[in-house]
Write a protein that binds this ligand. Structure first.
Ligand code: SF4
Length: 218
């Protein structure tokens, strides 16, 4: 990997290359952990995943998707009917409201097909920058680097970014990483955040980035 530019953050192309080489060695199998088979499922699963583990989302969607296999089926529900089905994911009141409203908009404005542009996706209820990025990446194969809580934390600790908002970190990562690496870098940073660079108690003692590549734990 080579940097394109960057200020106040890691601009050393060799360092950035080595960070991602080490992460690749640690997580050669890094990939999305949510289960889905089309854009509708990516959208619903991503909304459900806020403050919830992918494992739990997968459990819930394994029951949900056979019952409501597309936006048409989901749009017919009232949010109150969906709530008990997704309760285990937490924040179920808002999530049910957003999923039903998004599916109704997909039916009424897009003929039941999840839109494939960021602009249209972000007009859907409950769909922000990160969810739109995940849908574009996972469902449409776009080069994207959505910033969730893990990407945000790990990038800042390593010094790949120093912005204080998810949007700012996303812009900085886009600036320093070549476009074709964005999607995989996104997965590697998430895997590291989930498995070692935890929000509380990062396991710096066993992290190969500790020291020259990451001074956070020094
Ligand atoms: S050294 Fe610690 S803070 Fe830095 S990436 Fe590794 S686990 Fe995270």
């Amino acid at each position: 990997m080579h940097t394109k530019n960057g200020e106040g953050i890691a601009t050393d192309a060799q360092k950035i290359d080595r960070v991602f080489e080490e992460l690749q060695k640690l997580y050669p199998e890094a990939r999305p952990e949510l289960h889905f088979s089309n854009a509708y499922e990516v959208l619903v699963a991503t909304i459900l995943s806020a403050q919830c583990t992918d494992k739990r989302v997968n459990l819930v969607t394994s029951r949900l998707f056979p019952k409501y296999p597309d936006a048409y089926a989901m749009a017919k529900l009232e949010p109150e009917e969906l709530e008990p089905e997704i309760r285990e994911c937490g924040l179920y009141h808002n999530k049910a409201k957003n999923i039903v409203a998004a599916c109704r908009a997909i039916v009424s404005e897009h003929g039941g097909v999840v839109p494939s542009t960021r602009e249209e996706l972000m007009k859907l209820p409950g769909v922000g920058q990160k969810t739109a990025g995940v849908v574009l990446l996972a469902a449409f194969g776009d080069d994207q680097i959505p910033v969730d809580t893990h990407v945000f934390r790990v990038s800042r600790r390593i010094g790949l970014a120093d912005a204080t908002t998810a949007e700012g970190v996303e812009k900085q990562l886009r600036d320093i990483l070549p476009r074709e690496t964005w999607s995989h870098a996104h997965h590697l940073l998430i895997w590291h955040g989930r498995r070692m660079c935890h929000a509380r108690g990062p396991e710096c003692g066993r992290c190969p980035l500790r020291g020259e590549l990451c001074q956070y734990g020094e």
